[in-house]
Write a protein that binds this ligand. Structure first.
Ligand SMILES: NC(=O)c1ccc[n+]([C@@H]2O[C@H](COP(=O)([O-])OP(=O)(O)OC[C@H]3O[C@@H](n4cnc5c(N)ncnc54)[C@H](OP(=O)(O)O)[C@@H]3O)[C@@H](O)[C@H]2O)c1
Length: 236
């Protein structure tokens, strides 16, 4: 049976490289992009026959449903759902200065968007033997690591707390799924130089960031309900 993966926010950055690496492993990959032109450009520049474009804005319920219908025209099962799309709007803004609108916007995409993606696509993931949902997160969303200094120390409440909420849904869905699949887990690529952080120097390349995600996505180990960095399971 063909293997199918859906990667959101894949017109650039880490998501784009995740698509490439999965396509190289003979997955049929649906490259999700909210912008049709950018998504189609990405498909062209990747140059794989086994990658196809699916428009999806994860903050828009209709768009998610349309994406699901498009994928259902091709397959009724998804082996991998990679919830990669995300935004970070409050770099350089202290919690005391953060506008409520900015906080809401971050949650709308990172948390509510990821939640809706999971609910909508769960039936397809359940139709796959060993289906997995992978949520992109950050070490700064780990309360333990942020507090004890093991994580990056950017005190960006909007971004960090939206990803903490993503971790929380990872745990909650993981408890629901139990030991018999599907699997859901969070992975942080670690600091990676991309548009998300205005290409701040000193991070991993998107290729390196994507390798960490793909390693766990293709692993035989069951990581259901866990959050991970490149070295393994990290604390909440
Ligand atoms: N870079 C890091 O250091 C780092 C560290 C830890 C975790 N992460 C996580 O890794 C993931 C990928 O980030 P990146 O660094 O590769 O960032 P990026 O280059 O900015 O890519 C983000 C992607 O998400 C898309 N996106 C944003 N809002 C969306 C929406 N409402 N619906 C659909 N797609 C949407 C963007 O589309 P547009 O091009 O249309 O804006 C873009 O394709 C994010 O979840 C991020 O939080 C990154």
């Amino acid at each position: 049976m063909n293997k199918f993966a859906f990667v959101t926010g894949a017109n650039k950055g880490i998501g784009y490289e995740i698509v490439r690496q999965l396509a190289e492993q003979n997955y049929h990959v649906f490259l999700g992009s909210r912008n049709e032109e950018l998504g189609k450009k990405a498909i062209q520049s990747l140059g794989f026959a086994n990658v196809s474009f699916v428009q999806v804005d994860i903050s828009d319920t209709d768009s998610i449903q349309n994406a699901k219908n498009k994928i259902l025209e091709v397959t009724n099962h998804l082996d991998l759902l990679i919830n990669n799309a995300g935004i970070a709007l409050d770099f350089g803004i202290l919690p005391s200065e953060l506008k409520i609108e900015t906080l809401r916007k971050g949650f709308d995409v990172n948390f509510f968007g990821t939640f809706q993606m999971i609910q909508q696509f769960l039936p397809l993931v359940k139709n796959s033997q060993g289906g997995k949902i992978v949520n992109l997160t950050t070490d700064m969303a780990s309360q333990t690591m942020f507090d004890n200094g093991q994580a990056g120390q950017l005190n960006i409440l909007g971004y960090n707390s939206s990803k903490t909420a993503v971790n929380s849904l990872t745990l909650a869905f993981g408890k629901e799924f139990g030991d018999n699949g599907p699997e859901i887990f969070g992975v942080t690529p670690g600091f990676t130089t991309t548009d998300l952080n205005h290409n701040a120097p000193g991070g991993k390349t998107p290729v390196e960031g994507a390798q960490i995600i793909v390693k766990y996505a293709l692993s035989d180990t069951n990581y259901n309900g866990k959050i991970l960095d490149k070295n393994g399971i990290i604390p909440w």
